[in-house]
Write a protein that binds this ligand. Structure first.
Ligand code: ZN
Length: 286
């Protein structure tokens, strides 16, 4: 404890200044990254949640990012791909954003209509929910950028959503195998329906049944094989099994994520509003 309070107070700014100067001199990390979301910090700054290629998900303060003449401008829009330099101590919870150069904007994808724009919010929230802090996962980064590129080409927002869900679940070890019974470990038939059994956390063979369900039809199975074998730009645009697959994957996601995703709720509200409008009835407002 210092008994010369004024002396300590006077010395502190100098020490802080030296610390800031040191941390500014040498970036801790330079990496390609996707902007997942931002939130405001005080009057002028933002906190940016980034999925970096080198260090996985992390948070950084973007000083002055809310100002009209911010040097970051559109680089901090959700799902922009950027090259960032970050300052701060190793394994800190909050870095400081230095340079942030825009490599690819998500704007071209959002121009393909409301569904595409809503899907982008969903992609960002889903990736955020599946990525733990500070764990680099190059496969997730490559998945996200491939899905964004396909969205920019105007590929179906629904199919890209199913693609991203399927792969995030699989990369997290949460997708049950399609070719092996989760009850006895034996091979599943190579075609036909897939019978999910909740107690086994997977698809089961006929002798391990009866399955609790859902039962995924042959069209869903074909769609899943398509998803797991091809890049998102090469998956069929429309599939009979998409709605069935969506319901199944939402169930798997719901078990993994505690809170329902906000963007998912918006998507459902817009879809039900559009359905009501098509029937000539006004949409119910929440
Ligand atoms: Zn079995």
């Amino acid at each position: 404890m210092c008994d010369n309070v004024r002396g300590c107070e006077a010395a502190r700014p100098l020490r802080l200044a030296a610390g800031v100067a040191n941390s500014l001199a040498m970036p801790l990390l330079s990496s390609d990254a996707l902007v997942l979301r931002t939130y405001t910090l005080g009057e002028t700054s933002k906190i940016v949640v980034l999925l970096t290629r080198e260090r996985g998900k992390l948070r950084a303060v973007a000083k002055g990012a809310r100002g009209r003449r911010s040097r970051y401008q559109s680089a901090l829009e959700p799902l922009s791909e950027v090259k960032v330099t970050l300052y701060g101590r190793q394994a800190t919870e909050l870095y400081r954003l230095g340079q942030c150069e825009l490599l690819r904007s998500a704007f071209p994808a959002s121009r393909h209509g409301l569904d595409a724009a809503l899907a982008l919010s969903y992609f960002a929230e889903l990736i955020d929910a599946f990525c733990p802090d500070g764990e680099a996962e190059d496969a997730v980064y490559r998945l996200a950028t491939a899905v964004l590129a396909a969205a920019g080409e105007g590929r179906s927002a629904g199919m890209l959503s199913r693609y991203l869900e399927a792969w995030l679940l699989r990369l997290s070890g949460l997708y049950p195998p399609l070719d092996r019974c989760s009850g006895c470990g034996g091979a599943l038939p190579g075609s036909g329906e897939l019978r999910y059994h909740a107690a086994a956390h997977g698809f089961v063979c006929a002798s391990c049944g009866p399955a609790s369900g859902p039962i995924l039809g042959a069209a869903v199975r074909a769609l899943l094989l398509d998803v797991f074998r091809h890049p998102p730009s090469a998956v069929a645009e429309a599939s009979a099994g998409e709605a069935e697959l969506e319901a199944f994957q939402q169930e798997l996601i719901g078990r993994h994520i505690e809170r329902p995703l906000r963007s998912r709720r918006v998507l459902l509200d817009v879809a039900s509003g559009a359905a009501l409008a098509a029937e000539g009835r006004p949409g119910k407002r929440a």
